[in-house]
Structure formats: structure tokens, C-alpha cells
Design a protein around this ligand. Structure first.
Ligand SMILES: Nc1ncnc2c1ncn2[C@@H]1O[C@H](COP(=O)(O)OP(=O)(O)OP(=O)(O)O)[C@@H](O)[C@H]1O
Ligand SMILES: [Mg+2]
Length: 256
């Protein structure tokens, strides 16, 4: 569980996050949604400690990120897996070497053990036979899966994904969403995902935080999205044509 308490962040006198509080739960895909520029990436960067907030607290299962010493922070970092915009694989390494990279950095296991763990993670994301290929030799969806394998190599308790579906077609996006959701449940991770993809919201939105201009406007589940009366949330959602139709049908059923 990650508790975010009253996070405020300004850049050059402009407030980008206003007093944000929320809780991200274990074994769930927690989504941060909102328009481009609303503050999703800045929020996730604050949560993982890449940016220091001006005010507020961030607690990882009770451990205070902002007051812990360097040693504890390094230990906590090892419990975090990250998947950032673009897959960010190393082009000069094979897929297997990419997945082994964090193990080489942080684990004391033998080469054979590290290789075995990396192969296990590749198997888990259905890339069993791609280990010897270079990133330039695989598709965008395969790159995402390789990046997920690398993110889970160290068995993280917390998984952060910033726009995991950027650049993917809708069907591949669903596969990636499902994979992230399944491993979240399987390993009981606290997973936090930034997205503006309405398909993702309806597919894996178990706990959704909607940010508008740096303010938390709304929080709820994908089921509650459909019936919410929050105007800003509806405006955001109504920008998606397909979703507007779903919502209209739901509302008619409720009235009738
Ligand atoms: N290092 C920085 N210095 C100054 N301003 C910044 C910095 N990082 C982000 N911002 C500003 O903070 C605001 C929120 O940016 P952020 O990247 O969090 O948006 P986002 O919701 O992730 O958007 P997108 O969906 O396009 O990724 C933007 O106005 C951005 O210009
Ligand atoms: Mg962003």
C-alpha cells in the first residue's frame, strides 16, 4: 500500500500539484487519469522520489519516503519496478540481457541463477523464444512485454507504469493491460499506472484517480465512472466517442 498525503508541487511559482491525497492498494491496478498536462507524470515522479514535493508525505507500507536515509531509500528502490513512456530497452543488448540488467546491478546470485530468473520473467510475458533477439528485431508490443519482464525481474512490491500503451494499437494495448493486471494480482504488487486511454480505464480501472489541472477531482472504480455525476470527469470521458455511447446506454437503463 502506498499512501500519498497532501502532496503539493510548484515549478517556478506555478503550482502543478495541489494538495493531492490518495491511497494505492496492494494487488490492484491503480490508475491515474487526466488530460495531457494535468500532472500525472509529475505526481508519479513525486511518488517514486525522482522529484521532491514542496509539501506532503509519501508512505510505502508505513515507510516515509521523504524522511528515510540514503540506505533505506536504496533498499526501497529495489522494491520498485518501473515502466516508462517508450519501452527504454538498451538497443545494444539482447532481450535476455536487458531483463538480466537489474539483476546484474542488484542481485548477488550467480550468472546461471540470474539467467534463469530472467528467462522465467520472459516466459511469464510470453517471450520465451525472444531472449536472443535485439530490440530492433522485435515489434513494439514485444518491446513492451520485454520491458515488463525487466520491471518484474527483481520481484518488486511496487510497479509504476507511465503510459504503458503509448504507441500500441488497441488490441495490443489490451494484451499489455491484461498482462500488467494479471502480474499485479499474481505477485500482489501495488501497481500505479498513468494513462489517458479510456480502454484501459474500463479494462483495469480498479481504483481510479482523476486529476484535473493538478487537483484530484474524483476517485472511484471503473463501475463508478459510468454512473458518476462529476462534470469534469464526464467532460474528460465524453471526449471518448465510444465511451459516451456506453455511458448513455447505462444512464437510459438507470432511468428506465
Ligand atoms: N521539471 C519541470 N519544470 C517545470 N514544469 C514542469 C516540469 N515537469 C512538468 N512540468 C509542468 O507540469 C505540468 C504537468 O506535467 P505532466 O508531465 O505531469 O503532465 P501529464 O499529465 O503527465 O501529461 P501527459 O498526459 O501529456 O503525459 C505541465 O504543465 C508541465 O509543463
Ligand atoms: Mg505524462
Amino acid at each position: 500500500m502506498i499512501e500519498v498525503k497532501n502532496i503539493t508541487k510548484s515549478f517556478d511559482g506555478r503550482t502543478v500539484l495541489h494538495d493531492i491525497s490518495t491511497v494505492f492498494e496492494d494487488g490492484k491496478t491503480n490508475l491515474i487519469i487526466g488530460r495531457s498536462g494535468s500532472g500525472k507524470t509529475v505526481l508519479i515522479k513525486n511518488i517514486i522520489g525522482l522529484i521532491k514535493p514542496d509539501q506532503g508525505e509519501i508512505l510505502y507500507d508505513g515507510r516515509n519516503l521523504l524522511t528515510m536515509n540514503k540506505h533505506d531509500l536504496n533498499m526501497l528502490r529495489r522494491e520498485m519496478g518501473m515502466l516508462f513512456q517508450g519501452s527504454a530497452l538498451f538497443d545494444s543488448m539482447t532481450v535476455l540481457e536487458n531483463v538480466m540488467f537489474p539483476l546484474n546491478m542488484f542481485s548477488n546470485d550467480t550468472f546461471k541463477e540470474r539467467e534463469k530468473r530472467a528467462q522465467f520473467c520472459l516466459d511469464r510475458v510470453n517471450l520465451s523464444d525472444a531472449g536472443h533477439l535485439y530490440p530492433s528485431e522485435i515489434s513494439g508490443g514485444m518491446m513492451k512485454r520485454a520491458a515488463i519482464a525487466r520491471a518484474i525481474a527483481l520481484n518488486p512490491k511496487y510497479l509504476f507504469c507511465d503510459e504503458p500503451n503509448s504507441g500500441l494499437d488497441p488490441k495490443t494495448s489490451l494484451i499489455i493491460d491484461d498482462l500488467i493486471h494479471d502480474i499485479t494480482v499474481e505477485y500482489n504488487m501495488t501497481t500505479v499506472i498513468n494513462t489517458h486511454d479510456m480502454n484501459s480505464v474500463m479494462n483495469i480501472g480498479e481504483n481510479i484517480i482523476f486529476i484535473k489541472e493538478g487537483i484530484k477531482e474524483w476517485q472511484g472504480t471503473k463501475e463508478q465512472v459510468i454512473t458518476s455525476n462529476n462534470k469534469a470527469l464526464n467532460d474528460f470521458i465524453f471526449a471518448s466517442d465510444l465511451f459516451r455511447k456506453v455511458k448513455e446506454v447505462e444512464m437510459q437503463q438507470e432511468e428506465g
